[in-house]
Design a protein around this ligand. Structure first.
Ligand code: FES
Length: 315
């Protein structure tokens, strides 16, 4: 499938990869601020650096004069990095002013991003924050004095909730709160957590539990999150019609977007009792891991969210 990128996103990407004058791909030698976010193993990584014009009497008045990035990722990751640099170089930002640039500012600069690509803008904002903290340390400043929260690696250490992306509970809770994330798909779109094997979705202490903890819901589902018919829950039996509608809705809202992210897709062909007959589409058709995808992703998600008796059969 093709992502629906804005003209601005496509243009920024093309300009960057062709090294058009005025674009920012590259790295500043001996930078005043250097920050990284993401990892190549997880598919996206950004190394962001900037140079300042120093104010020798008051380091807080240093002004960023140049920003650069090295990005491993897709069209939107590169365009978001360009947007970040352009926003910073617009006007004379002190590093502390630059921290006010949010991931939403990056999205707005790009004239929007597909929901599933919002994490590219979050990655930019995170790398910027890391670079500003690096600058503050080099300049002997304590950012906490200016009311800026510092989230050091040590503070973010903790129980790993999403092993696929190595994301800890403290980090996830902070981002759920900061970004106002209310559902598991929103978490996945913003910071990728939960976008791999899914086992962290409804496991004890998993993403749903963190959502409940942050937003004060007790044991329930966040808005928009279908409930699972799991062991111990007293769910009303679904009629065949309700069962089919629920399978379809989980397929549309959760499963298909994840497959589409990698160029694949799935279609329900028929539903008989708890047997769900599916046909794989796009990149999934020739994928050597297609059977594994059906069992580990499609069937597992339907079992978790609809009925544990479901069996998915490929047609
Ligand atoms: S553990 Fe979170 S997606 Fe795999």
């Amino acid at each position: 499938m093709a992502w629906q990128y804005s003209e601005k996103t496509k243009q920024l990407f093309m300009d960057a990869v062709h090294g058009k004058p005025g674009t920012h791909m590259g790295e500043i030698e001996d930078p005043d601020g250097l920050g990284e976010h993401g990892s190549i193993a997880c598919g996206d990584a950004l190394r962001f650096s900037f140079r300042v014009e120093r104010d020798e009497s008051d380091p807080k008045k240093d002004v960023i004069t140049e920003a650069r990035y090295l990005t491993f990722g897709c069209t939107s990751a590169i365009a978001a990095s360009e947007a970040l640099c352009a926003l910073i170089e617009q006007g004379r930002h002190t590093p502390l002013d630059a921290l006010k640039i949010s991931n939403q500012d990056i999205v707005d600069y790009l004239d929007g991003l597909p929901e599933q690509k919002i994490h590219c803008s979050v990655m930019g904002a995170e790398a910027l924050e890391a670079a500003v903290l690096d600058w503050a340390q080099k300049r002997g400043l304590d950012p906490r004095e200016f009311g800026i929260e510092v989230h050091s690696e040590a503070e973010e250490e903790g129980r790993i909730v999403c092993t696929c992306f190595s994301l800890s509970a403290p980090y996830l809770k902070r981002k759920i709160h900061e970004l106002g994330l209310k559902t598991i798909p929103e978490i996945t779109n913003a910071i990728k957590a939960g976008g791999g094997c899914h086992t962290c979705h409804h496991a004890p202490g998993g993403l749903q539990d963190l959502l409940n903890e942050v937003w004060g819901t007790s044991g329930g589902q966040a808005a928009g999150e279908p409930s699972a018919t799991g062991e111990g829950e007293k769910a009303e039996p679904l009629s065949p019609y309700q069962f089919s509608k629920k399978v379809e809705s989980v397929m549309e809202e959760y499963i298909r977007p994840m497959l589409q992210r990698d160029g694949g897709d799935v279609e329900i062909v028929d539903i008989k009792d708890t047997l769900v007959y599916c046909s794989l589409k796009g990149a999934c058709v020739d994928c050597v891991g297609a059977t594994q995808t059906l069992k580990a992703l499609v069937e597992k998600t339907l079992k978790e969210m609809v009925d544990e008796r479901i069996t998915v059969i490929r047609l």
